[in-house]
Unconditional design. Structure first.
Length: 208
């Protein structure tokens, strides 16, 4: 008897299977036929949901983005932490290394996936900047920070931090990575027009 599944259920089944196969076989070696065989669907069914294997990978990346947004929103809603902690924890919540398999991250760094990597960066910056602006504006209203261009500054900071800390773009040793992070924190302090080292102690205490 043929089993008919709801649209979202079938789509998620394809994504879950593809993610597992990408991790086991590697994105490059995994074929659409591998996914079809594992899920137990016809090729026409696959193409009803996705145009290509690349689109599947992009959808998986989008799910990671949603995880980041969910984490960040939980931080934003906290009332028992300072604005400095809220902003710092928001940046920390954006780290997805503990959720994404290292092979998946490696795949995004492959030359043939450069466009996908660019789209992923665009997705994260576009989604995260307005959320960070809410924290910045809260600090401005309370007279804690002074920032002329909250949205543009957060876009610049996100692009800089996500790019400079991306090991697939810049191969830095541990010391160089730490210097980059310290420099980024310094830039953030200048963007918010606050004294130097206002965030540094908090950063050193929480960043691993």
């Amino acid at each position: 008897m043929r089993i008919i599944k709801a649209y979202d259920e079938r789509r998620n089944e394809i994504l879950d299977t593809a993610e597992r196969l990408f991790q086991v076989k590697g994105y490059g070696k995994c074929t659409i036929n591998d996914i079809l065989k594992d899920v137990g669907i016809a090729k026409g069914t696959f193409y009803y949901y996705f145009k290509s294997k690349e689109e599947v990978l992009e959808a998986i990346v989008s799910r990671y983005k949603e995880i980041i947004i969910s984490r960040v929103e939980k931080v934003i809603e906290k009332d028992d932490i300072s604005l400095e902690e809220k902003l710092m924890y928001t940046f920390m919540a954006m780290r997805i290394d503990d959720r994404v398999d290292s092979h998946m991250i490696d795949e995004l760094h492959q030359t043939e996936n450069a466009l996908l990597h660019q789209k992923t960066l665009n997705q994260i910056v576009t989604a995260m900047a307005p959320i960070l602006v809410k924290v910045i504006e809260e600090g401005i209203e309370k007279g804690v920070w002074n920032c002329k261009y909250p949205l543009q500054y957060m876009q610049i900071f996100l692009v800089a931090s996500l790019t400079l800390t991306d090991e697939g773009i810049f191969e830095l040793d541990t010391d160089s990575q730490m210097k980059v992070m310290v420099a980024l924190i310094s830039v953030l302090e200048k963007m918010l027009d606050i004294p130097e080292n206002s965030f540094m102690q908090l950063f050193m205490q929480n960043w691993e």
